[in-house]
Design a protein around this ligand. Structure first.
Ligand code: DAK
Length: 259
């Protein structure tokens, strides 16, 4: 399927999904939100794709939801817009395929929420992150209050969300929003190298690990342990587990099939 403001490039099990509307700093309008949900679903169903790298064209990752579109909305349209965005964000958590955010520039508001919905975030040294919603008289609405507080705690999340200020890449890393900062011209290569590493390990194990990590966040510790044990057990019925362990014993490289 073709998407007017998304680019998809696939190579060796990795799909690079680029939000491509640089004139408006990749701001998320209803069309782009719907297309992103569709594209992610399509990539999830593609057996060749083991990892997705999400990035933006030009100087922004995504500078937020489209303020010009939102400015004209009434409450029904605002509600529909919010539901659409939340559905896209929630569906990312349910995906089996890991998604790495390569934040190349501004990740603001809905853009930061999109990055936070990825499994982890790499940032360029040019990136600026923040939740400017309060400067517009609103609050984050694509799960930002929940996902950021879970990631870095309510105090730091509160400082970002209640002030609307932007932070730079170094602070994003120090605060635990970003895993690592890279020079801008190396960001994509670094994300691709990590994606390649993920492609080389047990595909089924990766998706179960993602599932355990995300589902466990909403469980008690004990329920999380039980859930982890159940998934652990299921993997012992998989070909990947046999292949991984046999390859170790036979001193050869494992050839995982994701089954
Ligand atoms: N929306 C629409 N257009 C945007 C945009 C945005 N978020 N961000 C930038 N643009 C457009 C600019 O208007 C400009 O277009 P023209 O004027 O040339 O037509 C073009 O992109 C280039 O931007 P600038 O000229 O401003 O570029 P600068 O480098 O000078 O500044 C900037 C970059 C990122 C500091 C600045 O553009 C900026 O402050 N942008 C707005 C950032 C922002 O406030 N983002 C948060 C948006 S609010 C909801 C759920 C979620 C949300 C809402 C509802 N529900 C549940 C209902 C989410 C809300 C948000 O994300």
């Amino acid at each position: 399927m073709e998407f007017s403001h998304l680019l998809i490039e696939k190579q060796d099990g990795i799909a690079v999904l680029t939000v491509n509307s640089p004139k408006t700093l990749n701001a998320l309008n209803s069309r782009i939100i719907a297309d992103l949900e569709c594209a992610l679903y399509e990539l999830e169903l593609d057996a060749e794709v083991k990892v997705i790298v999400l990035t933006g064209a030009g100087k922004a990752f995504v500078a937020g939801a489209d303020i010009k579109e939102m400015a004209a909305m009434g409450s029904t349209e605002g509600h529909q817009f919010g539901l659409k965005g939340q559905r896209m964000i929630l569906s990312m958590a349910r995906m089996e395929t890991p998604v790495i955010a390569a934040v190349n520039g501004f990740a603001l508001g809905g853009g930061l929420e999109l990055a936070l919905a990825c499994d982890f975030i790499y940032v360029s040294d040019k990136a600026k992150l923040g939740f400017p919603e309060v400067t517009l008289g609103i609050i984050p609405g694509f799960g930002g209050t929940q996902n950021l507080a879970r990631r870095i705690g309510s105090a730091k999340a509160g400082e970002l969300i209640m002030t609307g200020k932007m932070i730079d890449a170094a602070k994003a890393e120090a605060w635990g929003i970003a895993n690592e900062v890279f020079p801008a011209d190396e960001l994509l290569d670094k994300a691709m190298a990590t994606a390649k590493q993920i492609c080389s390990v047990g595909t089924l194990a990766v998706s179960y690990a993602k599932n355990a990590l995300i589902a466990g966040l909403d469980m008690t510790r004990e329920d999380g342990f039980r859930y982890e044990a159940a998934l652990f057990g299921v993997l012992f019925g998989s070909e990947d587990q046999k292949e991984g362990m046999n390859a170790f014993v036979e001193k050869r490289k494992a050839d995982f099939k994701g089954q």
